[in-house]
Design a protein around this ligand. Structure first.
Ligand SMILES: Nc1ncnc2c1ncn2[C@@H]1O[C@H](COP(=O)(O)OP(=O)(O)OP(=O)(O)O)[C@@H](O)[C@H]1O
Ligand code: NI
Length: 267
């Protein structure tokens, strides 16, 4: 095995484009971009700008028939990450991540059992531990519950637990808080922040909300009409946005001028 190079980027996109089956126009690209190992990157943009397409392309989770152009390499590891094992993905709607007919315990352990080769008993203990890590009450009892018995915020915590169960180095969170109300949103963002920092994970956080992006990310990539229109340090984009897209997203947030947010995002 070739040892990973410390200076190599985690993920290198060159001329990357995506065209969905049946679409005349590409939904994405061409994109040239590098993601560093361990960084906290927000991908922001208005609806339809290509954020999810980019995130799914990186994760290798595009729907069947989607055509990729250009290149997507993984220089640091030399191989594409295996979703579920090397890369966790949390969707906007926990219904997309969770299976309604499986218990919470079954879904959280599924990835861990498969990828870590755990026994049923060890997987159960691991699942309870993960549920505690995502700060769900009474993990032991929760293992036997079904998704419909939980609130939206609790389901999203379960989806996060399942996504990190196999200890992936990369976590992609695609609009994971947009279906939740504001207080729950803040709690989920705080949880993602703590979990990914504790584990030194690379975080790719997709949102249309500049405030959330600035709260979590070191660097922001701004999408517009399938292209990357601006990328830079979160503090810089917040204070000196260049693209019309970034300005519009900032204007949507009058409360961004409040000192705490600027302070957190500033280098
Ligand atoms: N499965 C698909 N098949 C065909 N076109 C798609 C598919 N998914 C997305 N698209 C199109 O690709 C473009 C980019 O969509 P994408 O979902 O990546 O945007 P987004 O920035 O994530 O938007 P949102 O904020 O609404 O989630 C849009 O024009 C969308 O209609
Ligand atoms: Ni999306």
């Amino acid at each position: 095995m070739i040892p990973p190079r410390a200076d190599a980027s985690l993920c290198r996109l060159r001329g990357l484009g995506v065209r969905y089956a049946g679409s005349a126009q590409p939904a994405l690209g061409p994109i040239d971009f590098d993601i560093a190992a361990g960084e906290r990157l927000a991908i922001i943009g208005e609806s339809g700008s290509g954020k999810s397409t980019l995130a799914r392309a990186i994760a290798g989770l595009l729907p069947a028939g989607a055509a990729l152009t250009g290149t997507l390499d993984w220089p640091a590891s030399g191989r594409r990450p295996h979703p579920g094992r090397d890369l966790g993905y949390v969707f906007q709607d926990p219904g997309q991540s969770l299976n309604p007919v499986l218990t919470i315990g079954e879904q959280v352990t599924e990835g861990a059992r498969r990828h870590l080769g755990l026994s049923a008993r060890a997987a159960r203990a691991h699942a309870a531990d993960l549920l505690a890590q995502v700060q769900l009450p009474d993990p032991g009892r929760l293992l036997a519950a079904y998704p419909h018995q939980l609130s939206g915020g609790q389901r999203q915590r379960v989806a996060i637990a399942a996504a990190i169960a196999a200890g992936p180095a990369i976590l992609i969170a695609d609009e994971v808080t947009s279906a939740l109300d504001t207080t729950v949103q803040a709690a989920i963002v705080a949880l993602l922040d703590a979990l990914t920092r504790d584990r030194g994970m690379t975080l790719i956080f997709v949102t249309h909300d500049m405030a959330l992006a600035a709260q979590l990310a070191d660097r922001i990539a701004v999408m517009g009409a399938g292209r990357l229109v601006e990328a830079g340090r979160a503090g810089d984009i917040l204070q000196r946005p260049i693209s019309a897209e970034a300005r519009r997203l900032l204007d949507a947030h009058i409360d961004l001028d409040t000192p705490p947010l600027i302070g957190e995002a500033a280098p």
